[in-house]
Design a binder for this molecule. Structure first.
Ligand code: ADP
Ligand code: MG
Length: 204
C-alpha cells in the first residue's frame, strides 16, 4: 500500500454563536490514496466547506491531525504551510475567482511563474491543459468573454497548472446548469486521473 497523500484523524471544528456551539466536524477520520478521487456528499450546511478549508491548512481553529504527504500540518509554521499549499495543493471553488483582466492563458500561466517556472514552460503547460479541456480556441479570451462552463474549465486548468498531488474542489460545478455541470465535472475527473493527482471534491 502506498502512503496516503492525505490522512485526516480526529478532526474537529465547532463554531460559537452567542450561547450556541455548533459542532460541525466531530472527529473526522479518513485517508486518501495518491490518484484517488473522492466526493464529499452532504446537504448544505453539513460541513463540506469546513472540511475542505481544514485540509487547505489555514493554520488554526481545528483540532486533530491532518497529514499531507506524510507531513503533520500542526508541525508546520506559516512558511511551511504556504509551501505545502503552493506545491502540493490545488484549489477550485464554486465561483472561479479568475483574474478578470487576464486572459484564460494568463490565468493559468501566472501561478506557474509564481512557482518559479519559466514563461516558456508555463505557456506550454497552459496550452496543454486548456487544450485538454477543449479551450484551445479560447486561450486569449478574458473571463467575461467566456461562458460559465468555460470559466470553470479555466479554473480547473489553473488549479492543475503546478501539478499538485492533491486537488481540493468546493462545489466546482455548483454554479453551472446541470448539463454543463456534468460535462465539466466529467472533464475534471478525466484530467485529474490523467495527471495522476488525488482529489477531494465537495458536491451537493
Ligand atoms: P457546507 O459547505 O456543507 O454547506 P459549511 O462547512 O459551509 O457547510 O458549514 C457547516 C456549518 O458550519 C453550517 O451550519 C454553518 O452555518 C457553520 N459555519 C460555517 N462557517 C462558519 C463561521 N465562520 N462561523 C459560524 N458558523 C459557521
Ligand atoms: Mg460549502
Amino acid at each position: 500500500m502506498s502512503e496516503p497523500i492525505l490522512s485526516v484523524s480526529g478532526l474537529k471544528r465547532s463554531f460559537v454563536q452567542g450561547d450556541v456551539t455548533i459542532e460541525v466536524l466531530r472527529g473526522v477520520d479518513f485517508d486518501l490514496a495518491p490518484g484517488e478521487i473522492v466526493a464529499l456528499l452532504g446537504p448544505s450546511g453539513s460541513g463540506k466547506s469546513t472540511l475542505l478549508q481544514a485540509v487547505g491548512l489555514p493554520g488554526g481553529g481545528f483540532a486533530g491531525s491532518i497529514r499531507i504527504d506524510g507531513v503533520e500540518a500542526a508541525s508546520l509554521d506559516n512558511e511551511g504551510r504556504t509551501k505545502v499549499r503552493r506545491e502540493a495543493l490545488g484549489f477550485i471553488y464554486q465561483f472561479h475567482h479568475l483574474r478578470p483582466d487576464s486572459s484564460a492563458m494568463e490565468n493559468v500561466v501566472l501561478p506557474q511563474l509564481v512557482q518559479g517556472h519559466s514563461e516558456a514552460d508555463a505557456l506550454v503547460r497552459s496550452a496543454e491543459l486548456l487544450g485538454a479541456l477543449g479551450l484551445a480556441a479560447r486561450v486569449d479570451h478574458k473571463p467575461s468573454k467566456l461562458s460559465g462552463g468555460e470559466q470553470q474549465r479555466v479554473a480547473v486548468a489553473r488549479a492543475l497548472a503546478n501539478r499538485p498531488r492533491l486537488i481540493l474542489a468546493d462545489e466546482p460545478t455548483g454554479n453551472l446548469d446541470e448539463g454543463t455541470a456534468d460535462v465539466v465535472f466529467g472533464q475534471f475527473v478525466e484530467l485529474v486521473r490523467a495527471e495522476g493527482s488525488a482529489a477531494l471534491v465537495a458536491t451537493h
